[in-house]
Design a protein around this ligand. Sequence first.
Ligand code: C2E
Ligand code: CA
Ligand code: CA
Ligand code: CA
Length: 278
Amino acid sequence: AKKMGHNTYQFFDKDRHTLDPTELTKESALFRAINNNEFELYFQPKFDAQHNQLYGFEALVRWPQEDGSVINPDEFIPLAEQNGAIIPLTQLLMEQLLNQLAQWRKQNISFGNVAINISALHFQQSSLIETLVDNLAKFDVPAHCLELEITESAMMDNPEFAEQQMKRIKSLGVHIALDDFGTGHSSLSYLKRFPIDTLKVDKSFVKDIDKNDQDRNITATIVRLAKYLDINVVAEGVETEEQAYMLHIMGCHFQQGYYYCKPLKAEQVSEFINEKLK
Ligand code: C2E
Ligand code: CA
Ligand code: CA
Ligand code: CA
């Protein structure tokens, strides 16, 4: 990946003492990779099963290695969240994402709404707003193309700040999705009060939706709640036709998962849109 801009990195020192030598090696490799801008975004389609069309994408980070293998985010995002590296990393990813969206727009590729994951630590920084404003302007991408996926914890740590931050994000025209919904602690009153556009039903509920009554009832309740509050709902981790059908019956038409498509490299996206969706 090429370097796209000048960034100054600040890393927090908190919890350093908990790192063992392997973790320290991993940490310095992570810092080096950020400085070299080695990270790459993949794109997983979100489908509108009602109209049988593309609804958008979720951008997911990958760390390509020299030997051709790829490290998944579960292996470095928790560390990056712990040492603060998630902030410069996400700033690079935001730049990469908007650069990509600008290219697709030039090529007349209609990609819909593209979501990027924002960690709680980053959501709680006012600098997030500058990063959004700067990159939307730099790449001349309409804000409504962009959605931020945040988790319930980002919202509940400091609800007053979260509400203000969401209002700032919404006033830019950027959408907000609540990720992994149902797995954290959220208050239904905040759901009503905060300007949330989308709920993402966690894949742990979708997994056994066709076998387990409880998972099915929870999912159906989330879908009804979202409809009642006029919030979109996306089911993630849809792997089988049975799951897709059951969700569709419940009225959960926006779906994402291996049943539809795995995360794609940016180069594969245009091919996917032009060929598979014809
Ligand atoms: P997430 O936000 O819940 O993302 C969905 C995860 O489910 C992704 O894993 C995706 O590849 C995977 N997935 C998609 N379809 C299916 C399916 O049908 N079945 C199953 N079992 N899994 C499916 P991935 O890409 O490994 O990302 C893992 C987590 O890492 C994400 O969970 C998110 O919390 C975090 N993450 C990924 N990219 C970023 C990023 O750019 N920034 C931040 N802060 N976190 C990220
Ligand atoms: Ca997500
Ligand atoms: Ca999720
Ligand atoms: Ca997750």
